[in-house]
Design a protein around this ligand. Sequence first.
Ligand SMILES: NC(=O)c1ccc[n+]([C@@H]2O[C@H](COP(=O)([O-])OP(=O)(O)OC[C@H]3O[C@@H](n4cnc5c(N)ncnc54)[C@H](O)[C@@H]3O)[C@@H](O)[C@H]2O)c1
Ligand SMILES: O=C(O)C(=O)C[C@@H](O)[C@H](O)[C@H](O)COP(=O)(O)O
Ligand SMILES: [Zn+2]
Length: 369
Amino acid sequence: MSDDSATLPRALEVSLGERSYPIHIGPGLLGDPARLTPFLAGRQVMVVTNTAVAPLYLERLKAGLDDGLEVRELVLPDGEATKTFATVERIWDALLEAGFNRRCTLIALGGGVIGDMVGFAAACYQRGVAFIQVPTTLLAQVDSSVGGKTGVNHPLGKNMIGAFWQPRAVLIDTDTLSTLPPRELSAGLAEVIKYGLIRDAGFLAWLEETMPRLRDLDAAALTRAIERSCAIKAEIVAEDETEQGVRALLNLGHTFGHAIEAHQGYGVWLHGEAVGAGMQMAVELSARLGWLDADEVARCRRIIASAGLPLAAPAAMGADDFLARMRLDKKNLDSRMRLILLRSLGDACVHDETPPALLSEFIGAFARR
Ligand SMILES: NC(=O)c1ccc[n+]([C@@H]2O[C@H](COP(=O)([O-])OP(=O)(O)OC[C@H]3O[C@@H](n4cnc5c(N)ncnc54)[C@H](O)[C@@H]3O)[C@@H](O)[C@H]2O)c1
Ligand SMILES: O=C(O)C(=O)C[C@@H](O)[C@H](O)[C@H](O)COP(=O)(O)O
Ligand SMILES: [Zn+2]
């Protein structure tokens, strides 16, 4: 995989018929009116962001909105613990207080927490209004801003309340990554590695060799990683918007990861950290089923660790609690646990035939590490 210049904006598309939308990727996009204006449904615009992102990027985004629009802003508190129904109600309150109608447009400026909540607010407000994703974390740029999964957490489970609701456009200004804390960058790299593991062994090999440059915020490398990640996600979403089949592969590591997040309390482990550990668990379970060999398991450990991610669940998490939380996963349709596993590196599958005794023993061994 060669690195092209990072200076050119690129455009991909999520192909969903009349609801198709572009993903623009490049530096300096935030304040460019030509990027946002075509996707506004009308004159009323509400920019929703949080207390960490507003001081960094709110003014720059507003500079990209034409005069003559009725622009409001809502600055929410920060953090995964705020990804709740109560916070989404604050968005609806603000929209109603502003007298916004069905032709309004919400703009989600921030990471995946803001994007998921704003998308959900847009899905429900007056039965559905337009929204635009302006993701500012690596995780949101490679994953959460694309595909229309929106929603909030419930104390009993991650993302349990939500809707599929597609944005009108995704605007990825790669300059915003310059202010991202290293821990958040690592969390985003978890989802990037996921794409290599599920769909593209060549991309995985490129990540393996490029990881130091990615962690050093090398613009060309990051742009390439974002572009390839979005391309894979767009392809899968276009094939299976509402996760009836292939889209479930995007959940590699998430059955384990979501259980960790809910057990720890939302925000204690970052989503990407939990997914990192969860992917290593999926890799090791795939090896137990005879699909991966020891060298491949070791290779995955090295790649995940090189991104600065954890490789195992928290020591205090007991096997019973782990399994109980995994049983609540949305992919499970009956008593069988549906897991995303790897037939080989770059080739994932949905598997619901792991013998329960093997799974219990496997989780127990991990919980004791
Ligand atoms: N909808 C989906 O398909 C999908 C996919 C993956 C993850 N998610 C969800 O996304 C959430 C995680 O998203 P996240 O990792 O972006 O977390 P986040 O939204 O909490 O952002 C991480 C932190 O970085 C801050 N931040 C954002 N942009 C910044 C910038 N440019 N500079 C400095 N700080 C910045 C945020 O305020 C926050 O403190 C989880 O709730 C997860 O479930 C959803
Ligand atoms: O877009 C998808 O589909 C994904 O599964 C992407 C995941 O990275 C993301 O964390 C998603 O929010 C998980 O969705 P869930 O349905 O398992 O809650
Ligand atoms: Zn995820």
